[in-house]
Ligand binder design. Sequence first.
Ligand SMILES: O=c1ccn([C@H]2C[C@H](O)[C@@H](COP(=O)(O)OP(=O)(O)OP(=O)(O)O)O2)c(=O)[nH]1
Ligand SMILES: [Mg+2]
Length: 144
Amino acid sequence: MIEVLIQRLDPELPLPSYAHPGDAGADLHAAADVELLPGERAVVGTGVAIALPDGYAAFVHPRSGLAARFGVTLVNAPGTVDAGYRGEIKVTLINTDAKDAVRFRRGDRIAQLVVQRVEKAAFYEVERLPGSARGAGGFGSTGR
Ligand SMILES: O=c1ccn([C@H]2C[C@H](O)[C@@H](COP(=O)(O)OP(=O)(O)OP(=O)(O)O)O2)c(=O)[nH]1
Ligand SMILES: [Mg+2]
C-alpha cells in the first residue's frame, strides 16, 4: 500500500474509497448532478485532487455496474492521471444507450480510480526491430 496525498476541493463530498478490502479501484463521486441523454457525454468533476509519487499513475476506469445496467462508460477509458497533475480529477462519462437517458446525483459513484506503478521508457531508435512470432500482424490477424 502506498500513501497518496489527497486534497478535498469540495468539503461535503466523500473522498474516494474502496468498497471492499481487496478492490483495485477506489470509487470516485460526482461533484454535480448530471443528466446524460442517449449518446450524450459530459465531463464531471470528482471534488478531489491528488499528488501521486513519482513512478505511479492513476487510471480512471468505468464502473461495470453502470456499464452493464445503463450503458454508461468513459469516453477515454481508462483516463490517465499523471503523477504531476494537481488539478481536480475529472470523469468523461458517456451514455451509450440508444433510448434511455440516465441521471446521476451529486455524490453518486460514477467511476473508479486504480493507482498503479508505471515504468518510463527510454526510446532507442533503430533501423530494424528484432523479429517476433507475431511480427506486424494486428487488428484481428489471429481471426475472430
Ligand atoms: O480521465 C481523466 C484523464 C485525465 N485527467 C487529468 C489528469 C491528467 O494528468 C491530465 C491530462 O490528461 P491526458 O494527458 O490524458 O490528456 P491530454 O489531452 O494529453 O492533456 P495534456 O495536454 O494536458 O497532457 O488530465 C483527468 O482528470 N481525468
Ligand atoms: Mg497528455
